[in-house]
Ligand binder design. Structure first.
Ligand code: PLP
Length: 454
């Protein structure tokens, strides 16, 4: 390691407050990873060791790392128009091209787009638009938003409140009022099969019960990830989302699909709504929009909501400095071009996902594995202390972290999602040989963890 590098790490230890990290560990210099470069599906650490990133960064680097075309697209935009706001009726060729591409590539229920920089900002924007919409309809009381347990919608005050992971709340006195959570469609804890369609409808009924409890006149929207990624890759049966759509329609509640992870191919279709058979009123996208080469997110509105808002004669008092940033727009367009030209979404659906699920199903008879769940190139491996009773391990046993630690020793990065779940979400450019390597490491991690428990 060079002296500069050592100095940089010392500065980081002393001054950088890392997200979702234990500050004490960072201050003591106990970094889990110091990654210097990345290319394709590999992250390369400061010692030169290569790791297969089987979680695509944070479920975002779908086209793989270090692509020259992406760097070129960013550089060209930076040279030409490094910044211009999209405020005050101004536009630029980059953001204009982005909406044109989005409109062409996304399903018909995505007609009007607002831009932001992160999934959290986009979800927060979506909730503001819900409020604006209902005010225009003469129903300003419809402000309450219903979310779900296990949900991850971001880390702003409001979006962290919508997030349904309990540890994210107490440090900040959350959730804010005006938000509530209903059960996730998590068949594992309900003791039912992942494809139990009655369970899917029952889980959806929890939303209707909550709307009735609150009074539909007070409820503006329901928000949900088509497949709950961070919360354990909780994947509902096919009956769930159509039932949610019917309930929202029955009670005049807007349906927001948070497609921050599922958007742009993760489930084997461009959007999770296509995979799970429903149309949201509002769709939120981020990560896969640029494969995280640049922070860009968007809120897409269907024609009904979009037209209603566009017909408001007043000004929109909302926006971020970098909404529709030329560099972000250029990068998002190039990312979509790569997805299209290399047919990566089709590759996920037709080639990679079948191979991926063959590997996952082969793990089902492992003594530690309770179930495997997910869709496309996203999976959660549920570990259990008892396959029959579906018992969780004691809180402090950290079996999921042990498995991910052993995979890391073997040069493969998978993610400990909590609740005894190991997440696997490889990039769309992973080869079948690399899938073999990933699952060799997972089995090694499971075997070693099991041996440690006995
Ligand atoms: N929504 C979902 C489904 C996510 O998974 C995430 C982040 O993981 C977010 C929203 C928040 O996105 P960001 O971290 O870009 O604010």
């Amino acid at each position: 390691m060079s002296t500069d590098h050592t100095a940089a790490l010392a500065a980081d230890r002393a001054h950088h407050i890392h997200p979702f990290s234990y500050p004490g560990e960072v201050r003591a210099g106990r970094f889990r990873r110091v990654v210097e470069r990345a290319e394709g599906v590999y992250q390369i650490d400061t010692s030169g060791r290569r790791y297969i990133d089987a979680v695509s960064g944070l479920g975002c680097v779908n086209i793989g790392y270090g692509r020259e075309e992406m760097a070129e697209a960013a550089a060209e935009a930076m040279r030409t128009l490094s910044f211009h706001p999209t405020f005050w009726e101004c536009t630029n060729p980059y953001s204009a091209r982005l909406v044109e591409q989005l409109q062409r590539l996304t399903p018909d229920n995505m007609q009007h787009f607002l831009f932001a920089n992160s999934g959290s900002e986009a979800n927060d924007t979506a909730i503001k638009l819900v409020r604006w919409y209902w005010r225009l309809q003469g129903r300003p009381g419809k402000t309450h938003v219903i979310s779900r347990d296990m949900a991850y919608h971001g880390m702003n005050l409001l979006t962290a409140s919508l997030t349904g992971l309990a540890p994210c709340h107490p440090q900040f006195g959350l959730p804010l009022p005006g938000v509530s959570h209903v059960c996730a469609p998590w068949s594992w804890v309900e003791g039912t099969a992942g494809d139990d369609q009655d369970f899917g409808r029952r889980a959806a009924d929890a939303l209707e019960a909550e709307i009735l409890r609150l009074g539909a006149d007070n409820v503006g929207a329901f928000i949900g990830e088509p497949m709950q990624a961070t919360g354990g890759v909780v994947t509902p049966p096919a009956s769930y989302w159509p039932a949610i759509r019917r309930i929202c329609d029955r009670h005049d509640v807007l349906l927001i699909a948070d497609e921050v992870v599922t958007g742009f191919g993760r489930t084997g279709a461009w959007f999770g709504q296509e995979t799970f058979g429903f149309n949201a009123d509002i769709t939120v996208m981020a990560k896969g929009m640029t494969s995280a080469y640049f922070p860009v997110s968007a809120v897409a509105l269907n024609a009904r909501i979009g037209e209603a808002l566009l017909n408001d004669p007043g000004e929109l008092y909302h926006g971020y400095t970098c909404s529709g940033h030329p560099v972000g727009a250029a990068v998002a367009c190039m990312n979509m071009q790569i997805l299209e030209q290399e047919q990566l979404v089709e590759r996920v659906r037709d080639t990679l996902a079948p191979a991926f699920w063959r590997h996952l199903h082969a793990l089902e008879d492992h003594p530690l594995v309770g179930e495997v769940r997910g869709m496309g190139l996203g999976a959660g491996i549920q570990l259990t202390a008892d396959k029959v009773s579906r018992a969780f391990f004691p809180e402090d046993s950290d079996v999921d972290a042990q498995v991910t630690g052993h995979c890391y020793e073997r040069g493969v990065i998978v993610r400990d999602l909590g609740a005894d779940t190991v997440g696997v979400m490889p990039p769309f450019v992973t080869s079948e040989a690399q899938l073999d390597e990933i699952f060799d490491a997972v089995r090694y991690g499971l075997d070693l963890t099991l041996a440690g428990l006995n």
